[in-house]
Design a protein around this ligand. Structure first.
Ligand SMILES: Nc1ncnc2c1ncn2[C@@H]1O[C@H](COP(=O)(O)OP(=O)(O)OP(=O)(O)O)[C@@H](O)[C@H]1O
Ligand SMILES: O=P(O)(O)OC[C@H]1O[C@H](OP(=O)(O)OP(=O)(O)O)[C@H](O)[C@@H]1O
Length: 214
């Protein structure tokens, strides 16, 4: 039987993917939340999970270290998608990529007046493309997390970040001023693996598709 490696991150992606894996008859033998193991066996001897940082999932699949991955559209856009086949929107880990500012900040006026905006984000490519399409001049500041802090301490005028419930923005007296795009997690497959291991990968893909449609 052909060996298959599936890359995914722990936390919300693993939690939301576990039911889809189950629908494909795949059950992890350890819980990545409690185990320190990075390679997790499943009930299917030829299928293993590798637990990586969310932003590293496309890299593992691109280089063929994993055959299949599950990653957010946010992460896939930043990566660029080289060598990746993206056949399925899993409709999980749903949120929105937004521009947000301090509650008192007049974003519309700043944009209308052609002000140069300082934007803090971990999503450089997405932010660059968004503001370029609006013709807004920006300086980008790369952060790795807690973006909501940046406008509060004068590091940036605005942030580009993910918003789901809106609770994080509210707790930090920020407001969303623009939606850039809806985000959800996608199945990604290494293009060479799809050709060489199609017989094993296709039934997994089909089971995921059926489970998503239900
Ligand atoms: N608040 C949220 N609600 C729903 N989905 C979200 C939310 N925040 C992030 N996501 C989605 O879940 C994915 C994984 O998020 P997670 O928080 O596990 O990783 P991360 O901290 O963003 O990444 P990394 O560990 O690489 O820094 C994101 O790439 C995004 O697609
Ligand atoms: O609108 P909300 O429901 O409050 O969710 C938004 C928060 O979720 C994400 O962070 P996450 O929880 O992944 O923490 P992280 O910054 O450590 O990745 C995102 O970066 C926001 O901070």
């Amino acid at each position: 039987m052909t060996d298959i490696t599936i890359a995914l991150s722990k936390g919300r992606i693993f939690d939301d993917t576990a039911p889809l894996l189950k629908a494909a008859g795949i059950i992890a033998l350890d819980d990545p939340e409690t185990s320190r193991k990075l390679i997790i066996a499943t009930n299917q001897p030829n299928i293993r999970l590798v637990i990586v940082r969310a932003s590293d999932v496309p890299t593992y699949v691109q280089y063929g270290a994993a055959d299949i991955g599950i990653g957010g559209k946010d992460v896939l856009l930043e990566h660029g998608g080289a060598e990746l086949y993206q056949p399925l929107d899993l409709n999980i880990a749903r949120c929105r990529m937004m521009v947000a500012v301090r509650e008192g900040f007049d974003y519309e006026s700043a944009v209308c007046q052609g002000a140069r905006l300082r934007i803090a984000t971990k999503y450089l490519r997405t932010a660059r493309d968004h503001f370029a399409s609006k013709g807004v001049h920006i300086d980008l500041i790369k952060l790795y997390g807690s973006m909501e802090l940046a406008p509060l301490v004068g590091l940036a005028d605005a942030i580009v970040d993910l918003v789901s419930s809106g609770n994080t923005l509210k707790a930090n007296h920020l407001k969303a001023v623009e939606e850039i795009m809806p985000i959800s997690a996608r199945l990604i497959i290494n293009q060479a693996a799809l050709k060489l291991k199609r017989k094993t990968i296709q039934p997994i893909l089909d089971a995921f598709s059926d489970a998503v449609r239900k």
